[in-house]
Design a protein around this ligand. Structure first.
Ligand SMILES: Cc1ncc(COP(=O)(O)O)c(C=O)c1O
Length: 461
């Protein structure tokens, strides 16, 4: 990674400042100029943006848009989702069970998962056969670990899992329970990689050192692609390569990466991955999730797996035989017939992604989050807030995580919510803000910073 790449978004913003003729980055003319020239600006119209009055009853200017920086938690509703889900309800009403095979909108339910497979695969840099859209995230993590975590402590073999010390708790619970499921004790079989004393971020060099030292006893390395708390984007390719060189299986939880930044799961040779679709993929609360299984595992039927009829060979699925014959690829890991309504919701959202590319979204995102980073670092003292997300744009996605000092986080969070500015708090002292390139504007960033300045002046006076 060169220095020039690292500073590119900031350099670009400075060039745009000159072009805009604005006095400074705080000048509304600058944000206006950036929104006007934004090649993706029309995508905002594809979403339902909650109003200020809806997000903060009693607020002034209730009909204007709220500032929604919470796409890292739950993305906003794409208009196409309402349409396609409505079509499925109509189909159900008119066709009942026949809709599995005959569908007036061309989406027979018996193949509904195929409607969301290709575009999902594109978003995570996978081949279509490497992806299955199914279940929900934690269930999928269990499904994948059931197949890929096969500890062999008794024979002195590999039995450990390496993960982040502060992973999202559901991942931690899932992994500890998998270890116990095999009759092992997390005290012996779990390695949690913690940041150095006084630091928030994990250093790649430290992860690599752990792999070098313990790799021979590690069965699976499983990190998140983008860390939920800090927003750190891990070096997936480098970590995967180092761990595989030591003979480990490597899996990634892409909950905060899918739809946020480009990843190349196939080319990076990742063994398995999983993600949810309700964050940057905007498929709605509890939306259907995804798995990736690298093609080199596609036909390895020796590896035991949790089986269900939707993973069984499509041709004979309805023959109702007891002998399980898994499909090749990720599809062979499916269990149940997929939820049609959540698949339809995901399909609606993916039609918006189809109008652009993850690379173009990333280009805008680098500028949008770069702008937010610049304003926050220039307008606030470090006695008030600290950005714990990496300052290097290559090591983060949309999200910036801010620690508010002196125990004031909740006051700030509530103050912002009253002004219809939506981030999300994570205890003890962080608020996460994620301007997302599909529907956020430079104006949102500027208005947010101006409002935060007022609030900080009140709260920290
Ligand atoms: C990194 C990560 N893992 C797991 C989960 C749990 O997801 P689910 O409730 O969909 O299983 C989340 C939810 O936000 C998450 O961010």
């Amino acid at each position: 990674m060169t220095l020039a790449t690292k500073t590119a978004p900031q350099e670009q913003l400075e060039q745009f400042l000159v072009k805009s003729g604005a006095q400074s980055f705080l000048d509304p003319a600058f944000a206006g100029f950036m929104d006007e020239r934004d090649p993706l600006k029309q995508l905002r119209d594809e979403f339902v943006i909650p109003t200020r009055g809806q997000m903060a009853p009693g607020v002034d200017r209730p009909d204007e848009s709220s500032i929604y920086f919470c796409g890292n938690s739950l993305g906003l509703l794409p208009k196409a989702v309402s349409r396609i889900v409505q079509e499925e309800l109509q189909q159900w009403g008119e066709g009942g069970v026949n809709s599995h095979f005959s569908h007036r909108f061309g989406r027979p339910w018996v193949r509904i998962e195929e409607t969301v497979q290709h575009q999902s695969a594109k978003l995570v840099g996978a081949r279509p056969e490497e992806v299955a859209i199914m279940n929900t995230l934690t269930s999928n993590l269990h499904t994948l670990l059931a197949a890929f975590y096969t500890p062999s402590k008794a024979s002195g073999g590999r039995h450990k899992i390496l993960m982040e010390a502060k992973a999202f708790p559901s991942d931690h619970y899932a992994i500890e329970s998998q270890i116990r499921w095999h009759g092992l004790d997390p005290k012996d079989s779990l390695i949690c990689q913690a940041p150095r004393e006084g630091e928030y971020l994990l250093r790649t060099e430290d992860i690599l050192e752990t792999i070098e030292k313990h790799g021979h006893e590690i069965a699976v390395v499983c990190f998140s692609g983008v860390q939920f708390y800090t927003g750190q984007y891990f070096e997936i390719e480098k970590i995967t390569k180092a761990a595989q060189a030591k003979g480990c299986i490597v899996g990634w939880d892409l909950a905060h990466a899918a739809g946020n930044l480009p990843v190349q799961l196939h080319d990076w040779n990742v063994d398995f991955a999983c993600w949810c679709s309700y964050k940057y993929l905007n498929s709605g609360p509890g939306g259907i999730a995804g798995i990736f299984v690298h093609e080199r595992h596609a036909n390895n039927f020796e590896r035991n797996r949790l089986a269900g009829w939707w993973g069984h060979d499509k041709v004979t699925r309805f023959d109702m035989v007891n002998e399980f014959k898994p499909m090749s690829g990720a599809a062979g890991f499916q269990h149940s017939n997929p939820s049609v309504l959540t698949s339809a919701a995901l399909l609606g959202s993916l039609t918006v992604f189809e109008q652009t590319s993850i690379q173009d979204l990333r280009s805008k995102s680098l500028l949008l989050t770069g702008y937010l980073h610049h304003l926050l670092t220039n307008e606030f003292s470090n006695q008030v807030l600290e950005i714990i997300t990496p300052s290097d744009p290559e090591q983060r996605g949309c999200q910036l995580s801010l620690v508010f000092k002196q125990g004031k986080m909740i006051e700030i969070f509530e103050g912002l919510a009253k002004r219809a500015i939506i981030g999300d708090e994570r205890k003890p002292d962080v608020i996460r803000f994620a301007p997302t390139p599909l529907y956020n504007r430079f104006e949102d960033v500027l208005q947010f910073v101006l409002e935060l300045k007022k609030l900080v002046a009140e709260i920290y006076n």
